[in-house]
Design a protein around this ligand. Structure first.
Ligand SMILES: NC(=O)c1ccc[n+]([C@@H]2O[C@H](COP(=O)([O-])OP(=O)(O)OC[C@H]3O[C@@H](n4cnc5c(N)ncnc54)[C@H](OP(=O)(O)O)[C@@H]3O)[C@@H](O)[C@H]2O)c1
Length: 292
């Protein structure tokens, strides 16, 4: 496993993280035993970054579902292995009747952060991310509360998600930002041109790429109709999915893709990306073929 830095925190994290969302949100989600097996399997494969959110649940009635699975998996780890795992959770989305709505009010963020601590069975959250700016609440107010939670020791690092370049710049005026989590995949390449990836690279902020395999619905079809992807993947002896993650890893030293998995085979395959070294010619071919 290759390790990378979690931005300015200097923490060593696996270059590929586990996106835990499908364990709660996939149509036929696994039962609890299987879900914990996926988390365990990821850790056994060398992953030490696990991404979750209080909102990874079917609706508000089961808020924290995904975090509780992770909490249980961590508690079953032998010795002090739990301390090695960097859990990255989020607050700021709510799921009334299964809808995705934002709530960035400081009092809400405090309440859900404290619930996340309980769900995860942790005394401090390694990385707490503001899930999405709330149009009804100034972002500085939301982040101001996260700064207070950090000062109180409940959060160790603060990240933001689904943000623009200017939101990253303004957020840094309120609290030190360790990571940005935005969508980045073959079918969603805006970070390359909208300044978000560039500013993270320049400021040593980790960039966590969400839905890196084009999302839960599209991941299995990835590269099926793209001959260059098929050929380069075969040359390296990896799947189109692992090749895609290797291509993303090549975008810069600060990028950490967080592929989702509801089956242990998926994350085992995904971590193979860290062993792939692409030539410049292959990178150019992939950059070009995904655009078609
Ligand atoms: N910040 C945000 O707003 C936001 C939004 C969306 C997602 N996220 C985060 O990003 C993570 C990843 O996004 P995502 O889960 O939506 O999409 P994704 O990672 O693009 O795709 C996930 C799907 O890919 C499949 N997969 C993974 N590795 C594979 C492999 N090597 N070979 C074949 N299939 C593979 C999995 O299938 P199986 O289910 O069969 O294992 C899984 O269902 C989420 O889990 C979540 O943590 C964040």
């Amino acid at each position: 496993m290759e390790f990378r830095k979690l931005g300015r925190s200097g923490w060593e994290i696996s270059a590929v993280g586990l996106g835990a969302m499908p364990l709660s949100l996939k149509e036929n989600r696994p039962d609890e035993k299987q879900a914990i097996g996926v988390i365990r399997g990821a850790i056994e494969a060398g992953v030490n970054l696990i991404d979750t959110a209080d909102a990874y649940c079917r609706d508000d009635g089961e808020a924290g579902h995904n975090e509780r699975l992770i909490g249980k998996a961590l508690n079953e780890l032998p010795g002090n292995e739990k301390e090695r795992i960097v859990v990255a959770t989020k607050g700021g989305h709510v799921r009334p009747e299964g809808r995705w709505e934002t709530d960035g009010r400081p009092e809400h963020l405090r309440e859900v952060c404290e619930a996340s601590l309980k769900n995860l069975g942790l005394e401090a959250i390694p990385l707490y991310q503001f899930h999405r700016p709330d149009p009804e609440v100034p972002m500085a107010d939301s982040l101001g509360e996260l700064k207070k939670l950090k000062d109180e020791g409940k959060i160790l690092n603060v990240g933001i998600s689904n943000v623009t370049m200017s939101e990253i710049e303004n957020a840094e005026k309120v609290v030190e930002i360790i990571s940005v989590q935005n969508r980045f995949s073959p079918n969603h390449r805006s970070p390359e041109t909208d300044g978000t990836f560039a500013i993270c690279l320049a400021r040593n902020i980790a960039f966590l790429a969400w839905s890196p395999l084009n999302g839960m619905e599209e991941a299995k079809k990835l590269g099926e109709a793209v001959p260059d992807v098929q050929e380069i993947a075969a040359n390296h002896g990896v799947s189109a999915q692992a090749l895609t993650l290797a291509w993303l890893l090549g975008k810069g030293p600060n990028i950490i893709p967080i592929p989702g998995a509801s089956r242990v085979e998926s994350i085992r395959d995904s971590v193979k990306a860290t062993g792939v070294r692409l030539s410049l010619e292959e990178i150019v071919r992939l950059d070009t073929c995904w655009k078609q």
